[in-house]
Structure formats: structure tokens, C-alpha cells
Design a protein around this ligand. Structure first.
Ligand SMILES: *[C@@H]1O[C@H](CO)[C@@H](O)[C@H](O)[C@H]1NC(C)=O
Ligand SMILES: *[C@@H]1O[C@H](CO)[C@@H](O)[C@H](O)[C@H]1NC(C)=O
Length: 414
């Protein structure tokens, strides 16, 4: 039924739009774009078995697992879906132990209105408006260029700040072969000044060089008004195999990530969120390389193995990662000539500590024998510590951890 309605609407617009387009040259290109948008939506939104309306306005479509958009990729036509990883790395910190002493586990908002049946995957439906907010269909679902943190150039040139517009406060390790990473990430809802800015907190699995062929797998939470049309804090993934140029995208917005889980939707709102001097909530994210098949798997919390990025999508990462980063990133567009007021983390500096500043705890890497272990020689990087900062720490329960973030514009960050 749903599919017929959509198809009918699609066919109708096929006939209507070209005739409208003849009215004016400008109208013609708008109509052409409209048609492209519809085609793109048809590619992304597969016919659902069931749909669930989330309180935040999202529609979550339960799509048959073998009909997911990933399988539109020519190289995935004959792919045999892996329903479980052959290996799961064990960590220094038992998840169940953390559960009893740590903050409560987090679910997703849409789940309050239903669940997806087994054999399907929950996918956030992409709407016309979502695509229209992007500068083009080609850029929809992609990170804007120059989002690459370069911690090795620890003294950024003055023009790096104004040109790239991206600001980071991160911890990182490099110089080894890494087969995965894990972090427990405090969840907040930072304020965003401009819709085209974002604030995210994530881990990066990196291989290759930053110039042109960087391979990156990223996962965490983000607030991105342009991508989602609101200020909600959402679970996300990202990948690229060519330094954010032609390949890659957020979530399931292009063929790449193969989802197997029927409970968690990528791009959906996380719930609940931490408050200042209020209860704290966090999410755990583990990304690791399956030593047998070579695929990169992702787990959310202790219960949800979400799916995997097939090994063949990557060049450097088809072997191992050469750098791991954890932390925050915001866009500073300086729309009014001053530093953005877009917040990172909780919007408060690391000095304020638990319940006020955002943290990442139990940060670990997967080593060549597929065990989770404490990262060695952790470094930190931030472009302007007066705007957003990062502070490392170590303790029994939290292992290697750090506080990160800040308010952006303030008297010391004009
Ligand atoms: C898929 O399998 C068919 C039939 O075996 C074969 O002709 C085709 O080349 C395969 N495609 C890919 C991308 O491997
Ligand atoms: C997001 O938050 C900003 C203020 O931080 C507000 O101006 C804007 O209207 C909000 N956007 C939406 C879609 O709610």
C-alpha cells in the first residue's frame, strides 16, 4: 500500500515536473532537481514491511534485511550477508560490570512506539526536505571537505583555522597497527549556532594519508541540523575511502555499511541525554576488524552488533588502521565574523569535570592479537584550547579517559 502510494506519487511527478520545467529556464533546473531528488529518495527508501512513527517526527521503516540499500552496490550484488562476526574482542572492562556501577544504558526514542520484526532492519526514512537542505544531491549525506583532523601538525598555521572551519578536541594514538577501537561516550545535546554547522563526538579509525586517499571509519553521536532537520542528538556512522571526496557517507545514506541488527537505527535520536548537574548517560561503541573475513564490525552498547563495512571497500583499512582518534569536532563557519557559539560536548570546558563536562572513558584499541587493550602513548590535539579543550586522565574504573569540549565563542575565544 505504502509502496503503491509512493510509486504513484513518483510517476505523477515524472509527468508534472517536465511540463512545469518548460515555463522558465530557472524553473526548469529546479524541476530537474526535484526529479533527481525523487529518484534519490526511491533509491534510499526501500519499501518497508512496517513503519514506526517516532515522537521526534522521524519515520523508522523496517526494511527486509536483504533489500537494504547497501546491496545496490555493484560489488555487493552476490554478497553473502554475514549474520555474525567470527570473532569478538574481549576488553579490559567487562560491559556487565560497567552496567551495574555506571550510568543506565541508553535506548533510542523511536522504540517507545514499536519495534522492527526479526529479519528486518530499522532505517530512518529520508524525506524530500532532508535532501533539499543539502547543497546538492551529490553532497547529501556526505561530510563537507576538509574535515580531517591533522594532529601531526600540532602547531596549526594561522590560516588553517579560518580556512577549514573545523575545530577538534581529540585524543589519539598512532604508529602501530590497530584492528579496532572502543569508547564509552557521554551523551549531550550541544547548541548549534548555524544550521550548516554541526557538533559531534566520535571515534575515528584511520588508515592512509590525509591528503587524498585517507580511509576512515567513524561512529558516535552528532547534532547536525542540516543533515536531520532538527537539533536532536543522534547515533551515527561515517566512512570514506578517499579522504571525504567521492566515496562514503553518513549512516545508510549510500551503499557501504551492511546492517544486520533489527533494534537500533543509524541516524535515530538517542535517549536519554545527560544534563548539567543532572543524571549522566553514555553510549559504548566498539569497531573491530574480523580477523577471518576482514570486515569491520560495529557494536553499540553491550547488546547490539549493528553490522559491518565489507573489507573490499577500503584500501589501507583492508589491512589495519594506522591511527585511532577519539573526541569532538565542530564546524566554525564564522557567519558573523566571530568564532561560532556552537558547543562541543556539553558546551563546558574539561576542568569542570563529571556531570558538567563531557567525557569519553575506557578508551581502548584492538591489537594484532585481537584483544582490547589500553592505548599506549596517547596524545591530545586541539586547534584553539581557548574555544574547545581536552584533558587526559586515568583511573581504575574508567581506564584511560578524557574530558573534552567547550562553549566556542567566549571572551578568550572571540
Ligand atoms: C555475480 O554472479 C553472477 C553469476 O554467477 C556473475 O555472472 C557476476 O559476474 C557476479 N557479479 C559480481 C559483481 O561478482
Ligand atoms: C536549533 O537550535 C537553534 C538554537 O540553538 C534554534 O535557533 C533553531 O531554531 C533550532 N532548530 C530546530 C530545527 O529546532
Amino acid at each position: 500500500m505504502d509502496m503503491k502510494v509512493k510509486l504513484g506519487f513518483f510517476l505523477l511527478s515524472l509527468f508534472l515536473i517536465p511540463s512545469l520545467g518548460t515555463a522558465a529556464r530557472a524553473g526548469g533546473s529546479a524541476a530537474h532537481r526535484n526529479l533527481e531528488v525523487r529518484r534519490h529518495l526511491t533509491r534510499l527508501n526501500k519499501p518497508p514491511i512496517k513503519s514506526i512513527k517516532s515522537p521526534d517526527g522521524d519515520i523508522i521503516d523496517c526494511v527486509h534485511i536483504s533489500h537494504q540499500a547497501a546491496f545496490d552496490h555493484p560489488l555487493l550484488k552476490n554478497h553473502t550477508i554475514q549474520m555474525r562476526p567470527s570473532y569478538h574482542p574481549e576488553g579490559l572492562f567487562s560491559d556487565s560490570k560497567q552496567e551495574t556501577i555506571g550510568p543506565k544504558p541508553i535506548a533510542q526514542l523511536w522504540q517507545t512506539n514499536g519495534r522492527c520484526p526479526k529479519g528486518t532492519i530499522p532505517t530512518r526514512r529520508t524525506r524530500t526536505d532532508d535532501v533539499l537542505r543539502a547543497s546538492s544531491i551529490q553532497t547529501f549525506g556526505k561530510k563537507i571537505h576538509k574535515t580531517i583532523p591533522r594532529p601531526t601538525s600540532a602547531s596549526p598555521e594561522p590560516d588553517l583555522i579560518t580556512q577549514s572551519g573545523h575545530q577538534h578536541a581529540i585524543a589519539y594514538v598512532e604508529g602501530d597497527e590497530y584492528y579496532g577501537a572502543k569508547a564509552t561516550i557521554n551523551v549531550w545535546d550541544p547548541k548549534i549556532q548555524q544550521p550548516n554547522e554541526f557538533s559531534l563526538s566520535q571515534l575515528w579509525i584511520l588508515g592512509g594519508s590525509f591528503a587524498s586517499d585517507l580511509n576512515s571509519i567513524e561512529a558516535g553521536w552528532q547534532v547536525s541540523p542540516d543533515l536531520y532537520g532538527d537539533n536532536n542528538t543522534r547515533l551515527f556512522t561515517y566512512w570514506t575511502s578517499d579522504a571525504y571526496q567521492a566515496t562514503g557517507c553518513y549512516n545508510l545514506l549510500c551503499s557501504g555499511f551492511i546492517q544486520i541488527n533489527n533494534e537500533i537505527a543509524l541516524g535515530a535520536s538517542i535517549y536519554p541525554i545527560s544534563g548539567y548537574r543532572d543524571p549522566q548517560f553514555d553510549i559504548s561503541i566498539l569497531v573491530w576488524k574480523d580477523p577471518k573475513e576482514g570486515n569491520w564490525w560495529m557494536q553499540f552498547g553491550k547488546d547490539y552488533v549493528l553490522g559491518y563495512w565489507p573489507a573490499f571497500m577500503f584500501s589501507y583499512l583492508s589491512d589495519s588502521a594506522s591511527m585511532i582518534e577519539w573526541g569532538g569536532e565542530v564546524v566554525n563557519s564564522q557567519s558573523d565574523g566571530q568564532h561560532t557559539t556552537t558547543e562541543m560536548g556539553s558546551g563546558h570546558f574539561p576542568e569542570e569535570g563529571f556531570g558538567k563536562a563531557s567525557y569519553m572513558r575506557n578508551i581502548q584499541v584492538v591489537d594484532s592479537s585481537n584483544n582490547l587493550r589500553a592505548p599506549k602513548d596517547i596524545d591530545i590535539f586541539t586547534e584553539q584550547s581557548n574555544c574547545y579543550d581536552v584533558q587526559l586522565g586515568k583511573s581504575g574504573d574508567w581506564g584511560n579517559y578524557f574530558y573534552y569540549g567547550g562553549p566556542g565563542r567566549n571572551p578568550n575565544c572571540p
